[in-house]
Design a protein around this ligand. Structure first.
Ligand SMILES: Cc1cc2nc3c(=O)[nH]c(=O)nc-3n(C[C@H](O)[C@H](O)[C@H](O)COP(=O)(O)OP(=O)(O)OC[C@H]3O[C@@H](n4cnc5c(N)ncnc54)[C@H](O)[C@@H]3O)c2cc1C
Length: 476
């Protein structure tokens, strides 16, 4: 069999996972030549960590959810399991800003569902009518028409309006920088639907799930304790750096922007063109670029496919990390941070107390706060000039938590059209894309535009694309 060639487009979490899977296939004896093309001058995509004066600053994701297996698996494969870092749960508290005050999130709230009576009954976050309404969730009938609905309609129906405004929107919508009034429940949180169908109530479902959880095994000596959110000692880029090393950096070309993919009747089936005039022949192409960018270089190949890829909406966000001298801050940062519901009409979506949540993010005597700006209702904020963005964040931190101190350093990361939105109709769009792509055997799509935005989900999608490509090319 002649040597097969695969081109991977995009070097974020998904593309690097593809690259590393291809390297493993070669090591296992596959007659395969591959290359990865990344338009930026760095690898990692949305995963980006800056190291400066002993601060470790994550500009994009700052953690992953440990209940999903892929990140820990990847860490083990690239040999950095001992670098996993759990959150500093001794200081675990989350606050929600409501009616101009920070309220501690009551114990026992899982996602957006209260599962413990006492903390819920005594919290100042909700009014009494709202607490009663949320308790009524136990008796709200299942929806039976099977149609998709928005996250907002689901939460209003089951738990009431105040739960949507004060809990679900900031906690659940915030993860996607999304407006719950637009989000497809089926595409983003199918688990809630399953819970409703199986248990007739989310409260019952979460309590049952908690009851079924096996007691945590006694920690092995020296093992890293598993927390709900986890990261790496040197920030999230530690994993993409290790993946790039493991895949072999000589095959990861940066500063290479793909402009067009040509499909041909003869073998090899594809020719990938870059803007610098270079071309790459390929039997299969794995596209991990953002759907709207993929649309631009796939338009000549399939106009209709490009239209649908382009119709997936995105929102913009920015993160601003501010470093302070701890003694000047005037705040103990006891907690992981706070969330700001959209109804509060603030210019922050959330802030993380990074130096509390993760040990080692700031040098001794310093504190690090990371603010999240932008999101569905504040798109323009993500485009502010650095100075103005920093001023905006400082104004909000003063208002919300009384921080007057001048930061010693600030880092701004903009993610314009950086967050894909799985709005109503997303699943139909995916179905169309899946059908249409079958007309182009050898073309595969992966990454956060489709079936999961979490960094681990993206890695998993990159590996799955390689599995499919190898099946096609080697018939296994
Ligand atoms: C601010 C922020 C906070 C987040 N927080 C979290 C979090 O805490 N936990 C979590 O799990 N997830 C989080 N996410 C989501 C997660 O970071 C992303 O979904 C994930 O990293 C995306 O990986 P990807 O490989 O699909 O895409 P990307 O990282 O976007 O990679 C796509 C790559 O394709 C390249 N590309 C595009 N067009 C071309 C072209 N024409 N030619 C060549 N290359 C091209 C791009 O330059 C890019 O590098 C966050 C995202 C953001 C923006």
């Amino acid at each position: 069999m002649s040597m097969k060639r695969i081109v991977v487009i995009g070097g974020g979490a998904a593309g690097l996972a593809s690259a590393f899977a291809l390297k493993r296939a070669v090591d296992a004896g596959k007659e395969l030549d591959w290359i990865l093309l990344e338009k930026d001058n760095r690898l990692g995509g949305k995963i980006q960590t800056v190291y400066e004066d002993d601060f470790i600053v994550d500009g994009g994701p700052d953690c992953y959810l440990s209940e999903k297996p892929w990140m820990a698996q990847m860490a083990a494969r690239v040999g950095i399991s001992e670098q996993l870092l759990g959150s500093n749960d001794a200081r675990k508290k989350t606050y929600i800003y409501a009616s101009r005050k920070l309220h501690e999130l009551p114990d026992g709230v899982m996602m957006m569902v209260p599962t413990r009576f006492l903390p819920f009954a005594t919290t100042s976050l909700f009014s009494w009518p709202a607490k009663l309404r949320m308790g009524m969730e136990l008796f709200v009938p299942r929806k039976s028409d099977g149609a998709d609905e928005t996250l907002a309609s689901f939460v209003r129906r089951r738990l009431g309006r105040e739960c949507l405004d004060r809990l679900a929107e900031p906690m659940v919508g915030g993860v996607h920088a999304s407006d719950p009034e637009q989000m497809s429940l089926r595409a983003t949180f199918p688990r809630f639907l399953e819970m409703e169908q199986k248990y007739g109530s989310l409260i019952r479902a979460f309590i049952a799930a908690r009851g079924k959880m096996p007691p945590p095994p006694p920690p092995k000596p020296g093992a890293i304790p598993r927390t709900y959110f986890m990261t790496f000692q040197k920030g999230m880029q530690q994993i993409t750096d290790a993946m790039a090393d493991a895949a072999g950096r000589e095959k990861l070309l940066t500063g290479k922007q793909v402009s067009c993919i040509e499909e041909r009747p003869t073998q090899p089936h594809f020719r990938v063109h870059a803007t610098d005039g270079t071309t790459y022949e390929a039997d299969a192409v794995i596209v991990s670029a953002e759907a709207y960018l993929a649309a631009s270089f796939l338009r000549e190949l399939d106009n209709k496919l490009a239209d649908v890829l382009d119709s997936i909406p995105w929102t913009s966000a920015a993160t601003v990390s501010l470093a302070y001298r701890a003694e000047r801050l005037g705040h103990d940062l006891h907690g992981f941070g706070f969330l700001v519901p959209g109804v509060e009409k603030c210019r922050l979506m959330a802030a993380t107390f990074s130096s509390t949540k993760w040990l080692g993010r700031a040098p001794a005597g310093h504190a690090l706060i990371r603010a999240f700006v932008g999101g569905p209702h504040n798109q323009a904020l993500a485009e502010l000039e650095d100075d103005e963005m920093i001023r905006t964040v400082r104004d909000e931190l003063r208002e919300i938590m009384g921080v007057e101190a001048e930061p010693e350093k600030a880092w701004v990361f903009r993610w314009l059209r950086g967050m894909p939105q799985y709005t109503l109709g997303h699943l139909e769009r995916l179905e169309f894309i899946d059908r249409r792509i079958e007309d182009h055997p050898g073309l595969f799509l992966c990454g956060n535009s489709y079936r999961g935005i979490g960094t681990g989900d993206c890695m998993n999608s990159g590996e799955q694309a390689v599995t499919k490509a190898l099946q096609l090319l080697f018939g296994e």
